[in-house]
Structure formats: structure tokens, C-alpha cells
Ligand binder design. Structure first.
Ligand SMILES: [Zn+2]
Ligand SMILES: [Zn+2]
Length: 419
């Protein structure tokens, strides 16, 4: 799978950290990174003295995990508030209602240039440790830029849904070989939503590369059909709860082989992917180990990623995150992990995010191009033109009024100026 970020060729050595090589498996290791890939994973004792050949980052006291894969987002809605007057019967009712109810609000947010909103969508994912995001809409040119904050999946087919998807046969036919066809399905409670799965099958759109999003109204007959067709499912439980006051039945759906967790846009989701994970663990009773799988290897497989995304392994993509090491396994950490815990994000071998503590440990060449942003009072250094992005959003929304998934943004040292 091509990604939007070209690899960073400078060789980097990460050392001193405990590395999560699985949800409950860890080793103390050093990781050699070059050309955007993990070249070697070395037991710490095998480490030879520094030769200056590598840019070194000392991560002692940290746990390194694979970068997360967010299986579902609509990046252009990153700055929008959560909008609904629930509950609804289905997504069609919701869409009609919010556009009738909040026309001025939609017009206002639409007047922020789409490219600016897309970048905020990338930053929203980066902040919570997502290194690959699946954007469910047109692959606009901005999402193909090599300097976009996260990787965006480049090869996919998509339709919105049966009701709002236009010519789905054309969309399905246009799906590149060996890639996923992504479509909302069964997003609601009523008979029409239950039927959508069978309708997709009648239209020959329910196949092995079909990735359904939501699946809230899938019943036992639908579940059997989904299994028989070997199609995949992405659940976004906090969005379902918000719009329909109902959760996906994970006792049944959770037994699917190909199921991943997505964090839908802020229009409906609670917070970011880490918030979604905690929500899924607490509200849907998903085991942390399962949740870990649903944001790493499962979406990587479902979405046909081809560089071992979602795991830490030699020759795989150097997509890594670091959090303070408390001695717990990575999966167990997901119970409490939130945006403030993500202290380092490396995408394709390049430092894209650093906390203040990590920033102090970075060699100067890794600091170059990082800019500070305050998110609800937490400072992060990001490889993005945050001042310009914030200014362009504030031109429309007003000083101090820009929120990312509900969180307030400001760019130091100007924080407080607008208050
Ligand atoms: Zn979608
Ligand atoms: Zn959605």
C-alpha cells in the first residue's frame, strides 16, 4: 500500500525503551530505523557503541507501541462540533435533520478551506497516536501530500451508503485490485437498516473486499451472510450510542474474524480513537486485548495495508508511538490511555509529534520543523504549520474558538491572548 508520507531516509536508533511486540508481550530492545522502515530490532545488550551513524533517541522509561490504525474517519469534519438531536431511526434521518437544523453552522464550517480542515483531521489523529487513517470520502490531493501529518490510505474504493452513495456499481468497479471497498451499512435501528446488508448482497456488492462501517442493525441472519461472504466490519460504537442510543452487539459481532474499531468524525464520535477505545472497553465490554487487535493488526489486514502496519517487526513500517512505561502491557494500558499520554509519534521513520519531555531528548535534526500547539492546555510539538492552520480556522470561527474534537486549541506563546 502506498502511503502519503514518503519515508525519511535519515537512519535513527531508538534505545532504552520496552517495546510492545504484541498486546501482552514486551521486550527491552533497540530499534534501528532507516528508509521509513524498521531495519533491526536488537536486544539492548547487543547494542554496539555509538558510531555517529545513527540519530539516537533515548527512550528509557518509555513503552514503545505500534502506531495505531484508525479504520474510519471523515477528515474534513475534524473541527465540527458533535451535532444531533437524537435518537434517530437511521443515518438518513440524522443527515436530513442536522442539515435542516444547523444550515448556518454547516455553511460557516464549509467556509474554512477544505485543505485546512483536512490537515486538522490529520492532526486530530496524530495527537492520539494514529499513524495510518482510513479516510471515507474522496482522496483529495491534500491527502496525497508526503508531508501530511499521518499516513492516509491511498488505495481504496468507496461509496457513502446505499441511500446516499450514488452509483455503487460504478464505485465498486472502480475499486483498485487488492484494495477495500468501504461503505456505511445498517447504520440505524429500523427494518430498512436491517435490510441494507441483504440489499448489498443482491447488488453483488457484498464480497471479500467489502468493508462495512457501523453494522448496528445486523441481525443473526445478516451476521451469517457477512461471515459467508467473508466481508469485514468496522464498528464505531460511540457514534452509534450518540445517534441511536444503541451499541453494536459485540457478543455476536465480536466473533467475526475481520472486525476493526473506527473513530468516526467529531460530528458523532466521542473524542479521538483513544477515547473510542476506552468507550468500547467500558460500554461494549470489549476485552483490552481484543481492542488492541482492533486498532492495530485487524484494520491493517482489513484495509489491505502491506507494510506490517499495526505491529513492530523487522522490515515493517517504522510507525511507532511512545508512552510512559508503567510496567503494564500495551493492551492493559488501553483501559486508561488518552491524548495526554501520547508523547512521541514516529510515522515512516520521521518524528511527527513529541511531548515537551521527549522534545528535550530529541537531536536537533529531529526537532527541525516541529511546531508547538496547546491542546486543552497540553503542549505538543507537531510537524505541521500549526500557526497558519490555526489562524486560517480562527479567521472564520473567531480567536480562541477553534476546537478539535471538542478540545480547545491555541498556539504558544499566544495562548491566553484571546481570553
Ligand atoms: Zn464513513
Ligand atoms: Zn460514519
Amino acid at each position: 500500500m502506498r502511503s502519503s508520507i514518503s519515508s525519511c531516509n535519515g537512519a535513527t536508533l531508538i534505545h532504552g525503551a520496552r517495546c510492545a511486540i504484541g498486546p501482552q508481550e514486551n521486550i527491552y530492545a533497540s530499534i534501528k530505523i532507516a528508509h521509513g522502515r524498521i531495519m533491526h530490532i536488537l536486544h539492548d545488550r547487543a547494542l554496539s557503541p555509538s558510531t555517529g551513524e545513527y540519530t539516537e533517541i533515548n527512550l528509557s522509561g518509555f513503552l514503545v507501541m505500534p502506531g495505531l490504525v484508525n479504520a474510519h474517519d471523515h477528515l474534513q469534519f475534524a473541527l465540527h462540533p458533535r451535532l444531533a438531536n437524537p435518537p434517530y431511526r437511521n443515518y438518513i434521518d440524522w443527515g436530513e435533520d442536522i442539515h435542516a437544523r444547523f444550515p448556518d453552522l454547516f455553511a460557516k464550517y464549509r467556509s474554512i478551506p477544505r485543505d485546512v480542515r483536512l490537515w486538522w483531521g490529520g492532526i486530530r489523529n496524530l495527537l492520539c497516536g494514529v499513524t495510518t487513517v482510513c479516510h471515507h470520502d474522496t482522496l483529495w490531493p491534500e491527502l496525497q501530500r508526503e508531508d501530511f501529518p499521518t499516513k492516509v490510505i491511498q488505495k481504496y474504493g468507496w461509496g457513502h451508503s446505499l441511500a446516499l452513495g450514488g452509483d455503487l456499481h460504478a464505485a465498486y468497479s472502480a475499486t483498485p485490485a487488492d484494495s477495500a471497498f468501504i461503505i456505511h451499512a445498517c447504520e440505524g435501528l429500523d427494518e430498512q437498516m436491517r435490510e441494507e446488508l441483504f440489499e448489498l448482497d443482491r447488488l453483488n456488492l457484498l464480497n471479500e473486499n467489502t468493508v462495512l462501517v457501523h453494522g448496528l442493525a445486523i441481525d443473526s441472519a445478516g451476521f451469517s451472510l457477512l461471515q459467508a461472504q467473508r466481508a469485514s466490519l468496522i464498528v464505531c460504537p460511540s457514534s452509534n450510542k450518540f445517534l441511536f442510543d444503541k451499541l453494536p452487539d459485540m457478543d455476536v459481532l465480536g466473533t467475526l474474524e475481520n472486525i476493526a474499531l473506527g473513530n468516526d468524525s467529531p460530528l458523532t464520535a466521542t473524542g479521538d480513537l483513544l477515547d473510542e477505545i476506552r468507550f468500547a472497553i467500558v460500554s461494549c465490554g470489549i476485552a483490552p486485548r481484543t481492542a488492541y487487535h482492533m486498532v492495530t493488526e485487524a484494520p491493517a489486514k482489513i484495509l489491505r495495508l502491506s507494510n506490517d502496519e499495526g505491529e513492530i517487526c523487522a522490515s515493517g513500517a517504522a510507525d511507532l508511538i511512545a508512552i510512559q512505561d508503567t510496567g503494564q502491557h500495551a493492551a492493559d494500558r488501553l483501559r486508561t490511555l488518552s491524548i495526554t499520554d501520547i508523547e512521541l509519534v514516529i510515522v515512516a521513520g520521521r518524528v511527527q509529534l513529541a511531548s515537551e519531555a521527549i522534545w528535550k531528548r530529541l537531536p536537533s535534526q529531529s526537532r527541525d520543523g516541529l511546531n508547538p500547539l496547546s491542546i486543552d492546555g497540553t503542549l505538543r510539538w507537531l510537524r505541521a504549520p500549526v500557526n497558519e492552520l490555526l489562524q486560517r480556522a480562527e479567521e472564520i470561527l473567531g480567536p480562541g474558538q477553534v476546537r478539535l474534537g471538542g478540545r480547545q486549541l491555541c498556539s504558544p506563546p499566544h495562548c491566553g491572548d484571546a481570553a
